[in-house]
Design a binder for this molecule. Structure first.
Ligand code: AMP
Length: 569
């Protein structure tokens, strides 16, 4: 197939006419609002449908790791989440409280998340591949009052650090006989606590270059952006079978794995198992997936699994594919067209934006390699920071920081306990994203890179500081510097440079011990994959490890400005 710089769409390419480009006002009108006033995401996602013609429509089709299959209608989801809400309420959980959920992708995760929202609490789903330390750090930052987990995850991840989470008053094991019995006993109805558009809904943790993770606070009013973006960027129609492959422990898995499809009243596929190329092709085929939202790492893993495997499965219903989280190589867009028969539509957003901001929509021609154009209501620009203000980069093609005009409905409303850090994200009415990008003459945006040192591995944002801190806890480690090392499949792998205290030998045994130590504390999602010993690490005169320099050396690139280097390490 010829590799043109643009994939043009004709009406014949689209099986259903794309949704109109709706903005916030239209989305607001499409939602119900709480009877009597206010807005609550759980009401929009479950109870509203349960009380109307979609009550019997399948909300979740759960595929268990061991081959089980369970369908949950909107009426059942409303009931399940009401029981969870009753369970929380009985323990005094309500407005102003935070509930953490660490369950893996099981139906009770959805029940517990929506149940906590019904109580007026803020919810933070955690990734099950996190180790005990990232979990305890997040629960403490969020001052979690209740934590819902499965018994096995509790044993493996929480038991050891239970005593280090002083605010946690209740640990509820979703699969324990006690909780099962209590849920069965409790009423399947609940009067949703009245929340307004500015009341907290979710807390999503994200990583920066310095310090511990930041808890980005989101609000119930964000549902307007979830609805609008899923209509325009994912082209959701009422009869769709939608599959978002992201885990709810990350923002995509919550916003588009839980909220957006439910708010649209469509059927969502929930796969409990981890990535497996054959399994994924089988799901696309057997479950009749129509709209698929996945990530570049997954696409690259499917590409690696080969075209032969892809050919063994059909995708008769699939009509729209989108991807998010990291740069989508033009090669992957073309692979979609050639292998799936559909191009992959890249879109861009981040934890702080709460919803998709820039996208290649169904109606648009695609420029492979571009993230697309801002959605209706989103104003994006390329800017340059100058002190406390910004200047707009007007010229097409010029690189700068990607900025968004502040005030869209799903914008984060703060970083927990870090007012100053939040304030610094804004200048002259613009939110500064920390991403470098450029815009072309047609208004398409192109991702260039991160402006900071955070690492993107398999679509997950990892803060180097959190990894360095865990390594430093090992008695042999004097200092640690962590970078993202480019990787053809997962984008970047976490690589640590470590200098040792006197008396320790930099040998293979110690390397293995450090890798195991980090993995035990941080979990597989965050721990380094590679460790390299160095006699000393380059530091600035103010004592900060120069990760930029470590990375340049790793890549064999020029070292750039080293005038702040303390000593020639
Ligand atoms: P997170 O907050 O974990 O969702 O990560 C957000 C970051 O992922 C963004 O700031 C970007 O650096 C990166 N990202 C998200 N979507 C894309 C995309 N379509 N292309 C390139 N990078 C992306």
């Amino acid at each position: 197939m010829p590799r043109a710089p643009i994939i043009r769409k004709s009406p014949a390419d689209l099986r259903v006419p794309p949704n109109p480009p709706i903005g916030w006002q239209e989305a607001r009108r499409a939602l119900a609002g709480l009877p009597g006033g206010g807005v609550n995401i759980a009401y929009e996602a479950a109870d509203r449908h349960a009380q109307g013609p979609r009550a019997g429509h399948v909300a979740l089709r759960w595929l268990g790791a061991a081959g089980e299959r369970r369908e949950i209608t909107y009426a059942e989801l409303a009931a399940l989440s009401s029981r969870w809400a009753q369970l929380f309420a009985a323990r005094g959980v309500g407005k102003g409280d935070a509930v953490f959920v660490l369950c893996g992708r099981i139906p009770d995760l959805y029940g517990a998340v929506l149940g906590a929202l019904k109580c007026g609490a803020a919810v933070s789903p955690l990734f099950s591949a996190f180790g005990p330390e990232p979990i305890a750090t997040r629960v403490n930052l969020g001052r979690g009052k209740a934590l819902v987990a499965t018994a096995s995850l509790y044993e493996r991840k929480i038991a050891k650090v239970r005593g280090e989470m002083p605010t946690l008053a209740h640990v509820l094991l979703a699969d324990s006989p006690e909780v099962r019995a209590e849920l069965a006993r409790l009423p399947a109805t609940f009067e949703i606590v009245r929340t307004g558009p500015e009341d907290p809904s979710f807390i999503h943790f994200t990583s920066g270059t310095t310090g511990m993770p930041k808890g980005a606070v989101h609000v119930h009013g964000a549902v307007v952006a979830h609805y609008a973006s899923a209509a325009v960027a994912l082209d959701l129609h009422p009869e769709d079978v939608f599959w978002c492959t992201a885990d709810p422990g990350w923002v995509t898995g919550t916003a588009y794995g839980i909220v957006a499809p439910l708010v649209h009243g469509v059927t969502s596929i929930v796969d409990e198992a981890d990535f497996d190329a054959a399994r994924w092709y089988r799901i696309l085929q057997d479950e009749g997936v129509t709209v698929w939202y996945t990530a570049p790492t997954a696409v690259r893993m499917l590409m690696k699994a080969g075209a032969d495997l892809a050919r063994q499965y059909a995708r008769p219903k699939l009509r729209f594919v989108a991807s998010v989280g990291e740069p989508l190589n033009p090669e992957a867009v073309w692979w979609g067209l050639e292998t799936l028969g559909l191009p992959i539509h890249d879109n861009w957003w981040q934890t702080e934006t709460g919803a998709i901001m820039i996208a290649n929509t169904a109606a648009m021609d695609i420029k492979p390699g571009s993230m697309g154009k801002p959605l209706p209501g989103v104003e994006a620009a390329i800017v340059r920071r100058t002190g406390g203000s910004v200047t707009l980069v007007e010229r097409a093609g010029e690189e700068g920081e990607l900025a968004l005009r502040a005030g869209w409905p799903s914008m984060f409303r703060g970083y927990l306990g870090q007012e100053e850090r939040y304030r610094k994200c804004f200048a002259d009415g613009w939110y500064l994203t920390g991403d470098l990008a450029r815009r072309d003459t047609d208004g398409y945006f192109w991702f260039v890179g991160r402006a900071d040192d955070v690492i993107k591995s398999a679509g997950h944002l990892i803060g180097p500081f959190e990894v360095e801190s865990a390594l430093m806890e090992h008695p042999a480690v004097a200092e640690a510097g962590v970078i993202g090392k480019p990787d053809p499949v997962v984008g970047e792998v976490v690589k640590a440079f470590v200098s040792l205290k006197t008396g320790y030998a930099p040998d293979e045994t110690l390397k293995k011990e450090l890798l195991a130590h980090a993995r035990k504390r941080l979990g597989a999602a965050v721990a380094p994959k590679e460790i390299e010993f160095a006699p000393a690490l380059p530091r600035t005169r103010s004592g900060k490890i120069m990760r930029r320099l470590l990375k340049a050396r790793e890549l064999g690139l020029p070292e750039g400005d080293t005038s702040t280097l303390e000593s020639p390490a």
